[in-house]
Design a binder for this molecule. Structure first.
Ligand code: AMP
Length: 309
């Protein structure tokens, strides 16, 4: 297995101004793996309970996702329920039931340990560290997190951030972690503590990439079909890593393309509840939306200004 993703696998109950859906397939690893699967085969590391149906496994396998790293435990699958108001950049959690995820340690099958591309999706940072410690020769590691771990497990989280090549976070999370209002200054604070590269996801407002000596700004997509933003960040990350694994190219120009691919996948994910849009997405739609992103952000040089009196 060349590319693997560890994260939560859940049954989500989601309410937005556009409707409510109960116990639908979700979790950070699922959203990320689905987005990645359009570019490269990926293996998932995670845990489910006895209520996780055969249909969910069949769907993942139909997308060429390897499920041999999904551990089946006695008990119920992780469950998250939340709602959004009209500002859909902000998720409000109603309930979180860790269930079998609460005692998951991050078991990695032997066939995953030589993976070159590793995405540590949002899950307990101690689980992220355990998985990472089992990998023999990763070439590219990225990680994501959420406010809960910033508040409850910051020490372990810093260890993760210092070990990975790319840290993905949303704007509210990086502000909370660094206590900085300015996003460029927040990125600099991460660099001063040994972080290599940062991608800041700004929901419907695009994404920013910072490295100690480079910066790139991915535009927002004028999305008029927004239904449910759950998993947008994970879809971004999955698309980003999946494209890098597919091309095998980690040069700066390709990193920029991969960031746009991430933005493309996130923009599709929000068009339906849960994984609904990914179930019917086609490769030609991805290609066309990438071109839209390029068109929206292309502009030409101006002539040097000559002041007239
Ligand atoms: P996102 O919208 O990208 O932040 O991620 C949404 C996914 O995160 C949902 O499908 C949830 O199942 C999952 N999630 C919510 N809370 C947690 C948690 N505490 N740990 C791991 N995953 C979570």
């Amino acid at each position: 297995m060349k590319a693997i993703i560890v994260g939560s696998i859940g049954l989500d109950t989601i309410e937005t101004p556009f409707g409510i859906q109960k116990d639908i397939l979700g979790g950070s690893a699922i959203h990320a793996a689905l987005a990645a699967s359009f570019f490269h085969r990926v293996g998932i590391i995670g845990v489910v309970g006895q209520d996780f149906t055969k249909e969910h496994f069949e769907f993942l396998e139909s997308r060429q996702i390897d499920v041999s790293g999904i551990h089946r435990a006695v008990g119920e699958t992780f469950k998250w329920s939340g709602f959004y108001e009209y500002d859909m950049n902000q998720a409000h959690t109603r309930e979180t039931h860790l269930n079998v995820l609460g005692s998951f340690e991050g078991q990695v099958p032997e066939s995953y340990r030589d993976a070159e591309f590793v995405f540590l999706a949002n899950v307990d940072p101690d689980v992220q560290l355990t998985v990472l410690s089992k990998m023999r020769r990763p070439k590219f590691i990225a990680s994501d997190t959420m406010n809960f771990w910033i508040g409850h497990k910051q020490e372990a989280l810093w260890k993760v951030l210092q070990k990975v090549d790319f840290v993905l976070m949303n704007d509210a999370e990086i502000r909370e972690l660094t206590k900085e209002a300015s996003l460029p200054l927040a990125a600099k604070k991460l660099f001063s503590r040994g972080v290599a590269n940062v991608i800041i996801k700004k929901g419907e407002h695009g994404a920013l990439y910072f490295s100690p000596n480079d910066h790139f700004s991915a535009p927002s997509f004028p999305q008029d079909g927004l239904k449910d933003p759950t998993g947008a960040g994970d879809s971004f990350a999955g698309g980003f890593m999946g494209y890098l694994a597919y091309t095998g190219d980690l040069t700066p120009g390709n990193i920029r393309r991969a960031i746009i691919i991430g933005s493309v996948m996130a923009s599709f994910n929000v068009e339906d509840f849960g994984c609904g849009r990914m179930r019917r997405l086609r490769e030609d739609e991805i290609y066309r939306r990438f071109e839209d992103f390029r068109r929206f952000s292309e502009f030409e040089q101006i002539e040097p200004l000559v002041t007239t009196s």
